[in-house]
Write a new protein. Structure first.
Length: 207
């Protein structure tokens, strides 16, 4: 017999509890001064492609503060109207994705950069941060989501299906943005629980 959506949500939440994620803010969080033997980057180099077109040639490379970059990505990848816990999960995913790429820069066509401003990496629009999305970035700024080794890990994500739990993404190491909103708003999961739905084997650390 097919289980109801409510019972599936309850079972999934219990699975997250048994994995230890529901103990936020204490369980599974350890103090860390650095991750992957490096501090959080202070700046990031963004290759600017006109009109945020992933296929457009690079016009220039913009260097800006790492926090400012994250603030100018979040409202373009997660909707500012979404649940506050959802936005915090998104803020951490964006930060970890960007941090990983500062450790793995690329050089193409005479340009060296960490990310570009398009969906090749993350959608970035200068000075697009909003009050609510900036708060999500700020409130999670001293939090990372990493494996036990402390390696900075690229937290990948995709849009997923709107207004849907997006079961196919659960446990896949790929967060569904629409799924994160479903779990944050409908199931009322906190952001560590939302992250735990998608990225098995990782946990929160403070820096």
């Amino acid at each position: 017999m097919r289980r109801s959506t409510k019972s599936l949500v309850r079972a999934m939440i219990m699975g997250v509890v048994s994995a230890g994620f529901m103990a936020y803010p204490n369980h599974g969080m350890v103090e860390a001064q650095t991750v992957y033997n490096t501090p959080m980057p202070s700046v990031i180099r963004v290759a600017i492609r006109p009109n945020n077109d992933p296929l457009a040639p690079i016009a220039y490379v913009q260097t800006l503060g790492f926090q400012e970059y994250c603030e100018d990505v979040l409202p373009n990848e997660w909707m500012p109207s979404w649940n506050a816990q959802t936005l915090r999960a998104g803020a951490i995913a964006i930060k970890m994705f960007a941090w990983y790429h500062t450790l793995h820069p690329v050089s193409t066509g005479g340009w060296t950069y960490d990310v570009d401003n398009t969906t090749n990496y993350q959608q970035f629009k200068y000075l697009s941060g909003t009050t609510i999305t900036n708060q999500a970035v700020l409130s999670t700024w001293n939090i990372v989501y990493v494996p036990a080794t402390g390696d900075v890990t690229q937290l990948n994500y995709r849009a997923g299906i709107p207004n849907n739990p997006n079961w196919a993404f659960v446990g896949s190491n790929m967060m569904a943005q629409w799924g994160s909103e479903y779990w944050g708003r409908t199931a009322r999961l906190t952001f560590p629980n939302v992250l735990g739905m998608y990225y098995p084997g990782l946990s929160i650390q403070y820096i």
